[in-house]
Design a protein around this ligand. Structure first.
Ligand SMILES: *Cc1c(COP(=O)(O)O)cnc(C)c1O
Length: 473
């Protein structure tokens, strides 16, 4: 199953997609706003050319994120009515805990209101000055929480993982040799944990192989360093393993997920992704002393350990959501929908990160707008024009999100300049996807008109959320 398996085209270059139907019917609908070009020009200007400032009522198709934007099922909504809103010992918590334990096998399951709360708790305990925390690629909030604690966040993707054009099955993998070099260089005592993010969100939603998780664990065991999974998209990752990695074709998604977690000592999760819900997360660990510290922190900041800042009905939605995420028919549609958008763009010559990953299509901004230097934010410029064209919101993942500065103020770009079009789960239909492709292709066909940008305001951390921009005249 090497090479082009299930990724857009077969070995002869033929399109392997067949008509794919949404494996659900729609019970409740929500109208989407349709705006005029003049309106969009005004809205974008009022948003300081940052799509994060746009109001959703001005957005036709919102591909800013797949986080918390899932359409919940009738079964989830039904269970929400069963929520046991007890402050302590809620029935709903035990349902949630049972499902998460079944999938992950971890001893302590600590609910949080979303993923970054789990990260904050974890790194406020294990982080701090002098500590170094490696990851295949840190997500922005993970990096933010580590740096906020005083520790250093190190990304160790493979070479293929930072080349948008290399087609490989598991571009999300950790560079294990680089990890070993890092441990030898800084000393294992400075590395309180190592993280693998599945799928590798900032690296293009690319999956991590079982072999890579297992071998990372083996290496870390030699040094006594625990392995955590940032497991927001564990089900999507498990689906890729089933389709692409030898020996997993006949295993269920649940079995594959269980094996993935068996190599880890703990996990943080934003359940707003593969929890198929609008909010929620958890911190999980097998370490009793870490769990105790985490629960103390949780009680001070999030809530009692049987709700962790969530309404108990949210835990009901999650208990059902985790099961639904493991449904192979759903995953086939999910990954297929993302690939479909990728295929439409590839056919029109639009440069995207290949193969398409689990939850999003990433435009390769360096090739899309090569006339704009990284320090002039090509991805941001493209994201703005895609909004102007079709009222579609996407998200820059490049120099705005991850750019750094030298002490004398020069720009250090990250390895890739991307624009992420994340697909919310079960929300948009095939025609919505085709509309997105048509809009992006129109922008691509007039790409020479795209203009570079400059930042006119930025916050000290996670600047992409609130930065304000202007075009370079
Ligand atoms: C979304 C996400 C997070 C943070 O979770 P929130 O629920 O948004 O706080 C952390 N890591 C990864 C890989 C994510 O995708």
């Amino acid at each position: 199953m090497k090479g082009t398996s299930k990724c857009n085209f077969d070995k002869k270059g033929n399109d392997v997609m067949k008509t794919q139907i949404e494996p659900f019917k729609i019970k409740s609908v929500e109208a989407i706003p349709i705006t005029t070009k003049e309106e969009r020009i005004r809205y974008l200007k009022e948003a300081f050319l940052n799509p994060f400032y746009l109001r959703s009522e001005h957005i036709t198709i919102d591909l800013l994120t797949d986080s918390g934007t899932t359409a919940m099922s009738a079964s989830q909504w039904g269970n929400i009515m069963q929520g046991d809103e007890a402050y302590a010992g809620s029935k709903s918590y035990y349902k949630f805990e049972e499902v998460v334990k079944k999938i992950t096998g971890f001893k302590h399951i600590i609910p949080t209101h979303q993923g970054r709360a789990a990260e904050r708790i974890l790194f406020s305990i294990l982080g701090g000055n002098g500590k170094i925390i490696p990851n295949n690629t840190h997500f922005d909030t993970t990096r933010g929480n580590i740096e906020y604690s005083g520790a250093v966040a190190v990304d160790l993707p493979t070479k293929a993982g930072i080349d948008p054009s290399t087609v490989e099955d598991f571009k999300g993998n950790m560079d294990i040799d680089a990890l070993q070099r890092l441990i030898e260089e800084v000393g294992s005592e400075r590395i309180p944990l190592c993280i693998i993010t599945v799928t590798n969100n900032s690296g293009g939603g690319q999956p991590v192989s079982m072999q890579n998780i297992r071998e990372t664990k083996e290496l870390l065991s030699n040094y006594g360093i625990p392995l955590f999974l940032d497991c927001c998209r564990f089900a999507e990752n498990a689906y890729f393993i089933k389709k692409r990695e030898k020996g997993y074709q006949n295993k269920s998604i649940l079995e594959i997920a269980q094996e993935m977690f068996s190599y880890a000592d703990g996990a943080t999760m934003s359940a707003k992704k593969d929890g198929m819900s609008n909010t929620g997360g958890f911190l999980a660990t097998n370490d009793d002393s870490l769990a105790e510290k985490a629960r103390v922190n949780l009680i001070i900041t999030e809530g009692f350990p049987t709700y962790g800042g969530l309404a108990r009905r949210d835990l009901e939605a999650l208990a059902v959501g985790f099961e639904e995420a493991l449904d192979e028919k759903y995953l086939e549609y999910r990954i297929g929908q993302v690939a479909y958008l990728g295929d439409l763009l590839i056919k029109a010559g639009v440069p995207i990160l290949v193969p398409t990953g689990g939850h999003a299509v990433y435009l390769n901004a360096k090739l899309f707008a090569p006339h704009i230097l990284p320090e002039h934010f090509p991805g941001q410029s493209i994201a703005c024009d895609i909004y102007l064209e079709g009222g579609i919101r996407s998200c820059e993942i490049g120099s705005v999100m991850f750019g750094k500065k030298t002490p004398d103020g020069r720009h250090i770009p990250p390895p890739m300049e991307l624009v992420r079009m994340a697909i919310p789960r079960r929300v948009y239909t095939k025609s919505h996807i085709e509309y997105v492709a048509e809009s992006v292709i129109k922008v691509f066909n007039r790409r020479n008109e795209l203009k570079g940008m400059k930042i006119i305001y930025e916050a000290p951390l996670l600047r992409h959320f609130t930065a304000k921009f202007d075009y370079i005249k």
